[in-house]
Ligand binder design. Structure first.
Ligand code: HEC
Length: 153
């Protein structure tokens, strides 16, 4: 290949790596005054994520209610509502704005709800559900301590 072509190939690779780093790892963030990373989102993106957050809270309330009533079926149903399959509607543009650590913690939380749902049915042990809920909620605490949302417009 000619020298010029090589030059363009290399420049292209550098640009692509930059985009990959930005979209997959770094996301769209700024350091904020309260020492959390502020993820920069458009209003509708922020609304979507906060909607999911409130669904998390609803699920936790319903799961604790299920534990008190020893209703393992209700526990599984509530947990499944915030499982990983509910994540299909998240647009790619939003995913690109979330830092990798945030995405990992979010995925892990959804997967832990799925595991809680499966175990509730398989084991039927509400003590076990409670300990799973306890561990899962450490993700809520950790992520809220590290991140917040800010509007780009
Ligand atoms: C991957 C990160 C992450 C995880 C995991 C996470 N949250 Fe959040 N949550 C956030 C961020 C960021 C906000 C916005 C906080 C801000 O801007 O100050 C938020 C906001 C919320 C809100 C406020 C919603 C609103 O309408 O204002 C609730 C309620 C909430 N989270 C519940 C939970 C619960 C319950 C869990 C655990 C099951 C959880 N979250 C797990 C990142 C996370």
């Amino acid at each position: 290949m000619c020298k010029k072509c090589w030059f363009f190939v290399i420049v292209l690779i550098i640009i692509l790596s930059g985009f990959t780093y930005k979209f997959i790892f770094q996301g769209s963030v700024k350091m904020s005054n309260d020492s959390r990373l502020a993820i920069q989102l458009e209003p509708q993106e922020k609304d979507l994520v906060l909607f999911e957050m409130r669904a998390f809270l609803v699920a936790i309330q319903q799961i604790t209610n299920g534990i008190i009533k020893q209703d393992m079926q209700a526990i599984a149903e509530s947990a499944r509502k915030v499982g990983l399959t509910t994540q299909r509607n998240v647009p790619g543009s939003l995913i690109g704005k979330l830092p990798i650590a945030f995405k990992k913690m979010g995925m892990d939380t959804h997967m832990k709800f799925d595991a809680l749902a499966l175990d509730a049915i398989d084991l039927g042990d509400s003590e076990h559900t409670l300990s799973q809920l306890n561990i899962l909620m450490q993700n809520c605490v950790a992520c809220h301590a590290g991140y917040k949302f800010e509007l780009t417009k």
